[in-house]
Write a protein that binds this ligand. Structure first.
Ligand code: PMP
Length: 779
């Protein structure tokens, strides 16, 4: 830091006299010893600013001059530049110690900081909005290449500081309930990232002041008299200027959004705000406050007594606490009330009404997720948004594999739907293109595709193919498995027939092998010994079946069974047993395929095997109903026995176009390696919570296929199902969607869209930590 000796170090008094032709009293302002008030003998005042480098911001000074003129009728001044005697905007000199310094002189702006001028009146709030809008309109006329930069307080990049949430320590919480401040910071960044982040690039950008805080807005005689300090100005979404001003203008006010609405309405009257700009204001305000509080928290370790670092911190926390009472839609409506924003939540039926109508027309055999049902309104990337505008990080929907409503996938479907949609008895490019592309992802000899409309249909077809090929009927399935909702597959899904409402194994052709669960099962561990032991159980069941086996149908990793990755070598040895008995091996990749495993595109590849039939579903169409069976030419040939295979919708041009787009996005956005990187980060982060939380019995999985098994006792493995349900509901309230699974309902499953970010992962771990702590079962 530069000290107050700067004045003498650079000979400021003489410099001023030589370049500007006057002598004056100098007194330092600010903490860094580089800014001085200059008072001339006639009593005129200026601000002298010293800088390490010269600026190339001459254009900015012209813009400030123009804005100053535009603001003059409002009685608002800006710090315009005083030129040197030679007519220059700054004077450059080499100092005795070899540095190049620039000196600038600015006209004095009258007034005292907003911060020191008491609670604002409505008139003053409107002054602020009007002045800022006038300034923004004037600045928008300037294209300033040097402004295309970023800095710590760049609100469009606020998410960069999200990792600092971890610096908010519980010890900082004073009398607040445990974790409340960290929760607030996480919530603020979450809403900012999910609600403002995706919208910002499309909003109007211009040169903005960038720091209209309560020290830089000056007040004289109760009215806004000036806006100073253009040091943080930059090219940004224009609305960020307003959001920053709002974040400060609302501090310490009993009804912050009402006060904010005054500023917004007055701003809107001068520079009309679009509905999209109005909707991002609240998330942007939260982003600014979040950066303020986490920056302060992170700087405390550097200098807890710094004169300026912490001046806004407590007030920003208090404002966040107040704003936390508002949903994004309600806050947008409140802030935009004077700017013509329609209530965003007015359309569609309410949650209670939907529940009532659902009871009337939808079977209660279909349950609803979460204790407090959520009405979803839209999805984007890894987020879903409810009817109150609240964003949720979706950690459980593996269908929207490349992100909710991915624009490339949507466009591919729309384009094809507008051109041609017919069935597979005609020739069209999309079917063969897609079959080729899909087959290319699979190892030889898997090259022949059948297209259907769901995972159920695909598994059902796989079973038929295996039965036809082998001329046998019996099927091996894994305990706890779910393969689909057709009659045949319910009979082949222990998850269903052994679960609630089930009446046990009904079909003699179904044979159950143990779940290869190295944590809870009979054979512990994840190595070859456990893998071989479980695989030999498959051999034993085949021997005991009393009938020849058509196939072994298994997920490559068990999903509904509790997010279980089988131990090393399991599938290789199990497949050997099945094939030795003349059966086929069917890999159900409905939950696990398309790169989710991270290291490999298909989960069976992690076990070094090649199945005879592969079944695909869920992510294949990113939400568009599709399923596929891929097998070898040879096995497919047995199935072509004269009985036709035809699915009316399966493989239609629209589905194929969508399937192709999904494959393109996985490749172009490198989602498989992302799954590996972020899945590992998430698994490690969750494992690191095991020391503090006895409830976590096991954290397992690969890539973005993870499970957290909760137990009441790590020795007895007593399942903690009620706690798992409670945790999942609490996480949903914090904006993170998860669900429970496994035969004991005590496994939290994690299988998010693969467009997750590292910040999402870190937030998930923090919120997991908070909420597990609140369950009261910490060591
Ligand atoms: N196989 C597995 C492993 C599944 O998890 C599911 C659905 N949860 C299915 C098949 C059935 O797929 P769908 O619901 O698309 O019919």
């Amino acid at each position: 830091m530069v000290t107050r000796t700067e004045r003498t170090a650079v000979g400021l008094d003489a410099w001023l006299a030589e370049e500007y032709g006057f002598a004056g009293e100098l007194s330092p302002i600010g903490g860094e010893g580089r800014n001085f008030v200059v008072t001339t003998s006639e009593g005129r005042r200026f601000v002298a600013k010293l800088d390490e480098d010269g600026s190339d911001w001459g254009e900015q000074d012209r813009a400030i001059d123009a804005a100053h003129s535009a603001l003059a009728p409002l009685g608002v001044a800006l710090p315009t530049v005083v030129r040197t005697r030679a007519g220059l905007i700054e004077s450059m000199r080499r100092t005795a110690d070899g540095r190049t310094m620039a000196l600038r002189l600015l006209n004095w702006v009258p007034g005292v900081p907003w911060l020191e001028s008491g609670p604002p009146t409505a008139a003053r709030l409107r002054d602020l909005g009007r002045a800022l809008a006038t300034l923004d309109v004037a600045l928008a006329r300037v294209d300033l290449p040097a402004a295309r930069r970023t800095h710590h307080w760049d609100l469009a990049q606020a998410a960069r500081h999200r990792p600092l949430v971890k610096e908010v320590r519980n010890a900082d919480l004073g009398t607040n309930p445990r974790y409340v401040r960290r929760e607030l910071a996480d919530w603020a960044f979450h809403v900012y990232t999910a609600c403002a982040g995706p919208a910002l690039p499309a909003l109007p950008h211009s040169l903005i002041h960038g720091d209209a805080n309560d020290e830089n807005v000056l007040v004289d005689d109760g009215r806004v008299s000036g806006i100073i300090d253009f040091g943080d100005s930059l090219w940004n979404p224009t609305v960020c200027d307003l959001a920053i001003a709002l974040a400060y203008a609302m501090l310490e006010l009993p009804q912050p959004l009402d006060a904010g609405a005054e500023v917004v309405a007055a701003y809107h009257a001068v520079r009309p705000l679009s509905a999209d700009e109005l909707r991002v204001l609240f998330p942007l305000v939260l982003g600014r406050l979040a950066v303020t509080v986490v920056t302060a928290a992170s700087r405390r370790a550097i200098d807890p007594n710094h004169p300026t670092w912490f001046i806004t911190e407590d007030r920003a926390w208090r404002l966040l606490e107040k704003l936390a009472a508002f949903d994004p839609n309600a806050a947008a409506t409140a802030l935009g009330s004077g700017a013509g924003l329609d209530s965003a939540s007015a359309h569609g039926a309410s949650v209670p009404s939907l529940l009532e109508h659902r009871r009337a027309h939808i079977s209660s055999a279909l349950s609803i997720a979460y204790r407090e049902p959520i009405k979803m309104e839209r999805g984007s990337d890894q987020y879903l948004y409810d009817d109150r505008g609240r964003p949720y990080l979706d950690l459980v929907n593996n269908v929207c594999h490349v992100g909710h409503c991915h624009p490339r996938v949507v466009k591919a479907g729309q384009r094809q739907m507008a051109r041609l949609n017919t069935n597979t008895r005609y020739l069209y490019d999309e079917l063969t293109q897609y079959a080729e592309r899909l087959a290319a992802t699979l190892p030889a000899p898997l090259d022949t595709c059948f297209f259907v409309n769901s995972g159920t249909e695909a598994n059902d077809l796989a079973l038929r193919i295996a039965r036809t090929h082998t001329a046998r009927q019996h099927l091996l399935v894994v305990d706890g498995a779910y393969h689909g909702h057709s009659s045949a597959l319910i009979a082949a899904s222990p998850y269903k027939f052994m679960g609630p409402g089930g009446s046990g194994r009904a079909e003699p052709w179904v044979h159950i092998v143990p779940m290869p669960d190295g944590y809870r099962g009979k054979h512990k561990g994840h190595g070859l010994a456990a893998g071989t032991a479980y695989a030999d159980e498959v051999g034993r069941v085949i021997a005991e079946a009393g009938a020849p086996i058509a196939a072994f149908m298994t997920e490559s990793f068990q999903s509904c069974g509790g997010q279980i990755v089988p131990p090393e070598g399991y599938l290789a040895t199990a497949f050997r047993h099945v094939r030795a008995a003349g059966g086929l091996c069917i890999a159900d990749e409905v939950q696990t395929g398309f790169g989710r495993a991270g290291t490999h595109f298909w989960a069976f590849e992690t076990q070094g095997v090649v199945p005879d039939i592969v079944v695909l579903g869920k992510p294949i169409g990113n939400g568009h109903p599709m399923g596929a069976v891929v097998t070898s030419r040879n096995i497919a040939a047995s199935f072509a026995n004269g009985m036709e295979f035809f699915s009316t919708f399966g493989g239609n041009p629209v589905s194929c176009a969508i399937g192709l787009a999904v494959l393109d996005v996985i490749r172009d956005e490198q989602l498989q390696s992302r799954a590996l990187e972020l899945g590992t980060r998430l698994r490690d982060g969750l494992r690191s919570l095991m020391d503090a939380h006895a409830l976590i019995g096991d954290v397992r999985g690969v890539g973005l296929f993870l499970g957290v098994e909760l137990v009441r006792d790590r020795a007895t493995l007593e399942p903690a199902a009620a706690e798992a349900t409670e945790l999942v509901n609490r996480m949903a309230k914090r904006g993170i969607l998860l669900s429970t699974d496994g035969p004991l309902h005590n496994v939290i499953k994690i299988k998010p869209p693969m467009v997750l970010t590292a910040d999402d992962v870190d937030m998930t771990c923090r919120v997991f930590d908070d909420e597990l702590g609140r369950l009261g079962l910490t060591h």
